[in-house]
Design a protein around this ligand. Structure first.
Ligand code: UDP
Ligand code: MG
Length: 310
């Protein structure tokens, strides 16, 4: 049996949000008048999330729950949800109600105009400055890197066509960033403004390190530009260094020996050493990810699938 819309939702310790999420989702999707399923992926929650989800699945055959053996991360969870989903259109959203479920019909209506993906961009993003500022930098950078200028690569309230979802599921990489990956398979891409709410219950699952890692996934997974930029910076610095050496040599001939400005030299040196270490770090990010990919470990392990109509 086919369904029109699949809602794919990664869940990691969201017990306080699930009741409201399911009732608002059900109300919206029923009201919209298309056939649907809700695919939850429990990403190794340590609270009551899983048992709550199983209860929903037992009560409503339109709810499916994919259970992970442990926490594999938001994008791995979305991948698993994609693999499970059957809808002609697949909509992803967060479980914490920051993406209002009421926006889903808008995305679906836009998809009907023939788009391959429809992204939501958060007009009034309700997050802290520390969460928003890096995103802003990243969005403009992403636009340059991927050639697809989107206002909001970070928003997970998005719709994808069956075709795109099937291609994404075929991709074997461990570290990935779904919106960018999906757009690499899409021809017609658009964005519509969506609402965004502050998180009222539970906590954000992203600390600074996790966020940094995700952003490096986005950067290294879809472009060689960061590493090329580092190479280019190296060449530029070397040319300046050479020019400086020539200048010093001529000066030595004209002015004679001099030994001032030692500390200036230190400052310059530290700057370049810093640059070098940074370059090594960027290199490391690529190599580490290559290592993870060549090990070919599964990017997630499913313990079981609960509910749903077969
Ligand atoms: N999430 C997940 N696994 C993780 C981290 C997050 O499945 O390892 C889910 C989380 O339950 C939520 C969504 O991904 O549904 C977005 O997470 P969060 O709200 O913490 O991110 P933020 O809004 O702070 O970017
Ligand atoms: Mg959130």
């Amino acid at each position: 049996m086919s369904v029109k819309v699949s809602a794919v939702i990664p869940v990691f310790n969201e017990e306080k949000n699930l009741d409201e999420l399911v009732s608002r989702l059900t109300k919206t999707l029923e009201g919209a008048g298309f056939s649907y399923e809700i695919v939850f992926v429990d990403d190794g929650s340590r609270d009551a999330s899983l048992s709550l989800l199983k209860d929903f699945a037992a009560k409503d055959p339109r709810v499916v729950v994919v259970e992970f053996t442990r926490n594999f991360g938001q994008h791995a969870a979305v991948m698993a949800g994609f693999a499970q989903s059957r809808g002609e259109v697949v909509v992803t959203l967060d479980a914490d109600l920051q993406n209002p479920p009421e926006e889903i019909p808008k995305l679906v209506a836009r998809m009907a105009e023939g788009y391959d993906t429809v992204g939501g961009w958060r007009r009034d993003r309700d997050d802290s400055v520390f969460r928003k500022m890096p995103s802003r930098v990243l969005n403009s950078l992403s636009a340059q890197l991927f050639g697809v200028a989107l206002k909001d690569y970070g928003c997970m309230l998005r719709a994808y066509s069956r075709e795109v979802v099937d291609e994404v599921v075929k991709c074997p990489e461990v570290n990935t960033y779904i919106p960018a990956l999906a757009n690499s398979f899409a021809r017609r891409v658009t964005e519509i403004p969506v609402e965004h709410a502050a998180r009222t219950r539970g906590e954000s699952k992203y600390n600074l390190v996790k966020l940094l890692r995700l952003n490096f996934d986005l950067m290294t997974g879809f472009s060689l530009l960061p590493i090329q930029a580092v190479g280019l910076a190296g060449i530029t610095v070397a040319i300046f260094g050479l020019a400086f050496a020539v200048f010093l040599f001529i000066r030595r001939l004209v002015v004679g020996p001099e030994a001032q400005g030692v500390f200036t030299l230190f400052a310059i040196l530290f700057f370049f050493i810093g640059l070098q270490i940074f370059a090594l770090g960027v290199l490391g990010e690529y190599i580490g990810r290559i290592y993870q990919e060549v090990r070919r470990r599964p990017r997630f392990v499913v313990r079981g699938v609960h509910g749903g109509t077969k």
